[in-house]
Design a protein around this ligand. Structure first.
Ligand SMILES: C[S@@+](CC[C@H](N)C(=O)[O-])C[C@H]1O[C@@H](n2cnc3c(N)ncnc32)[C@H](O)[C@@H]1O
Length: 271
């Protein structure tokens, strides 16, 4: 996207003076829905820590494998994807409805540019539904209330929190996740990915994050394996547990196991 594109003129709500995570992430994924300030911050991050591009792609690949598992082996037909991001390839509803066309998906994000592009997320199969809520993860009550118009909270729901919890204070994030999980029945799932310095080149990653945080609208806070594990309190972790995003049920290849990337992922089932 460029500032000159007619339908992409920034609305008064879209702040193009500071980098926003949805837009920088879109830049890492090779998208065009970003502004010069996002590209500059993304480039600076990449110069210091080139692995960030692999991290973004690996996160999306985990989304695909996790949703495939959820619709297949786990039989889940409802998804609440919070921190959706700008539409890209294989968004949650596309993967879910390919496997199970009747799947119902509610997307949630607080970035006004994601709302502008939400049309691309609302291309449901005929027998399924997709919906979009503009809301902040820190308002779980509002999210649950509005999502209940589309999702049946007496049936299992997969709560998808990919690449979002590291933008929320830990003391706030833990009870928010617990509140969301309280609202869903047994047989529901939590899928998450989270930034960490535990895996790979921690010094370069820490430097890139620190420089990003000096400018970004919302800073990123990497967490340890132990800290991230606590989001799964009370859940049964699906094998192989909390691992680098590249190591969660990777597709079979004749080559060695994929190298670890600096992001944890996990999928937990509510008993
Ligand atoms: C790094 S992107 C991840 C996008 C997508 N989940 C993925 O994994 O590819 C983070 C997304 O979370 C959204 N986000 C960040 N903080 C949020 C909050 N407090 N409430 C709702 N959305 C938030 C951002 O706008 C952005 O779209």
């Amino acid at each position: 996207m460029t500032d000159e594109s007619p339908d992409l003129q920034p609305s008064s709500q879209i702040d193009t003076t500071v980098p926003h995570s949805a837009r920088v992430w879109n830049y890492f994924l090779g998208g065009k829905d970003n502004y010069p300030v996002d590209r500059e911050a993304g480039e600076q991050y990449r110069r210091v820590f080139p692995e960030i591009i692999d991290i973004a792609r690996t996160d999306r690949a985990f989304l695909g494998r996790a949703v495939w598992y959820l619709t297949g082996e786990a039989g889940v037909r409802q998804f609440l994807d919070i921190g959706t991001g700008l539409p890209t390839m294989d968004n949650t509803h596309e993967v879910a409805q390919r496997a199970a066309p009747e799947s119902r998906i509610v997307y949630v994000d607080n970035d006004p540019l994601v709302l502008v592009h939400a049309r691309a997320l609302l291309t449901s199969s005929r027998s399924g539904v997709t919906d979009y809520i503009e809301a902040d993860l820190r308002e779980p009550g509002k999210i649950l209330e509005v999502a209940a118009k589309t999702l049946d909270f007496t049936q299992p729901v997969a709560i998808i929190l990919l690449g979002i919890l590291h933008f929320i204070d830990y003391d706030e994030a833990l009870p928010i996740v617990a509140r969301l999980l309280d609202a869903v029945p047994s047989g529901s799932y939590l899928a998450l990915t989270h930034a960490t310095l535990d895996l790979s080149d921690a010094d370069a990653n820490a430097q890139a994050q620190a420089e990003f945080n000096e400018k970004a609208a919302v800073p990123i806070t990497p967490r340890t394996r132990e800290e991230i594990m606590r989001f799964f309190d009370g859940l049964e972790l699906v094998e192989p547990g909390l691992v680098s995003m590249s190591r969660w049920r990777p597709e079979a290849t004749p080559f060695a196991e994929p190298a670890e990337v600096a992001g944890f992922c996990g999928l937990g089932r509510k008993p």
